[in-house]
Design a protein around this ligand. Sequence first.
Ligand SMILES: C[S@@+](CC[C@H](N)C(=O)[O-])C[C@H]1O[C@@H](n2cnc3c(N)ncnc32)[C@H](O)[C@@H]1O
Length: 258
Amino acid sequence: MTDFDTIASEYDAQFSSSKIGIKQRQRVWKYLLRHTFSEQRVLELNCGTGIDAQFLGKRCLSVHATDLSTEMIATAKSRNSQDNVSFQKLGIQYLSEVNNEYDLIFSNFGGLNCISPEEWSIAAKEIHRLLSKNGSFIAVIMSRKCLWERFYFRLKKDSKNQRRRVSKNAIMANIGNQKVATWYYEPGELQHFLENKFNHVRSQPIGLFLPPSYLESFFAKNNRMLNVLSFLESFSLSSKWLANRADHYLIHFKKQQQ
Ligand SMILES: C[S@@+](CC[C@H](N)C(=O)[O-])C[C@H]1O[C@@H](n2cnc3c(N)ncnc32)[C@H](O)[C@@H]1O
């Protein structure tokens, strides 16, 4: 049983259906709308409760969505009835078990923060192997220097948590009542893992103006403020520096043509 099994039933209520979670995901979908097309074969990593698989299934030829958690996969299956969407319980560490070719490999909202730098290096080689010529790898990652988090913990006079993401070692982050080993990564570190076999396309902040979801109780009561922040977020530029200061960032690489 993984830590995420115990929170699968509450995950949508806590994150996906929260006002902040919806707005952050809308930013990701806006980007996906521009970079997905009907002939695409998609492999999704850490699909969680299957919301993105359902979205991508409506746009792409096929979606094979994977996650380490049995309960997340069960929830995702119950949500989806599309014939072109399939699910598999599979950890990112076991991508060598996958043998098809994909045009897009996608990972949303921090699943790739659950693997260590050593596991990342191995996964990067598998992602390269699984992608078709000129295929895309798009991931949404928790950044190392989130400004919101620094500001929030500073207000709380919690100096320990203010800089917790800076550590290169795993941090035990709260997921429901569980603690989950989490590594925070800068865009440049991902580029290092992917070696020089990919071209960097974009690094876009997701949650530079929009706050982290743990501030939901405050912003749920301050809808107007959240709408203003959401409006400001829509002007976010592609910048590795800004990306690394947001709660998450979307990073897009294209496999180099050999
Ligand atoms: C924060 S949730 C994100 C879920 C989903 N992508 C979304 O956008 O809502 C992180 C997900 O990563 C999955 N996960 C954690 N470690 C994993 C691993 N090593 N391999 C595959 N999935 C993993 C968890 O089970 C969980 O579903």
